[in-house]
Design a protein around this ligand. Structure first.
Ligand code: BG6
Ligand code: MG
Length: 219
């Protein structure tokens, strides 16, 4: 194994609640109420795809033009950006700082495969941007997760084969994307149906030794 490719939201830091808050307010402004159960489906899904799912859920899929939908997505993003403005390194999820250090010390490459267009600025706020050898730009992708494109692109950008990488995700759509790319998948708190190659309950369980052992066992 030569690289680990990370999802961001829910793996490096817990921004899921900020996304939820911003979507909940946006949805309420157009008469749609969403709850935490519904929010699970939005994890890993791009901003526009998330909006489409909310409109469909509220029976309002045909009520807005493309320009209006873009404005709604922008409105959500403005609130989200206010919420993430005060993120500090304290919001790194447990175990992530030491896991990143271990990877660096062992000379492994580190990549980011997040659907979030706010990814780079969140890495800066968490003070971990320098650890990343590559960041996939989600704006350049033709398909979002669960399509494998984002994880395949991360391996390409690192000049590695998918079989030389591991990917870490907290969303079912993300595990499907990693598996589809032919990358060893690690699920953080994802249901077994997602079929991750290795499941942990929380980021605190991530160590290079354990990851290597599971990676080699699959070969
Ligand atoms: C993913 C989140 O990482 O990024 C999704 O899990 C979010 O909930 C997506 O919709 C897009 O994020 P952004 O910051 O570009 O709106
Ligand atoms: Mg995630």
């Amino acid at each position: 194994m030569q690289a680990v490719v990370f999802d961001l939201d829910g793996v490096l830091t817990d921004t899921a609640d900020y996304h939820f808050k911003a979507w909940k307010n946006l949805a309420a402004s157009i008469g749609i109420q969403i709850d935490h159960t519904f929010n699970e489906q939005l994890k890993g899904i791009s901003r526009m795809d998330s909006l489409e799912r909310i409109l469909e859920y509220g029976g309002r899929s045909n009520d807005f033009t493309l320009i209006e939908r873009e404005q709604l997505a922008e409105q959500k993003n403005e609130e989200y950006r206010l919420l993430i403005a005060s993120i500090t390194p304290r919001e790194l999820l447990p175990g992530i700082a030491s896991f990143l250090r271990e990877l660096k010390d062992e000379g492994l490459k580190i990549g980011l495969a997040s659907a979030s267009k706010n990814g780079s600025s969140i890495l800066e706020r968490l003070h971990i941007a320098d650890n990343f050898d590559t960041i996939v730009d989600p704006a350049k992708l033709s398909k979002g997760k669960p399509d494998p494109e984002i994880f395949r692109t991360a391996a390409d950008q690192l000049n590695l084969l998918p079989s030389e990488c591991a990917g870490i995700e907290d969303a079912v759509a993300g595990i499907q994307s990693i598996n589809g790319a032919g990358i060893f998948s690690v699920g953080v708190g994802v249901p077994p149906e997602a079929k991750a190659d290795w499941n942990v309950n929380a980021t605190a369980e991530l160590t290079l030794g354990e990851l290597m052992a599971h990676f080699k066992a699959k070969k």
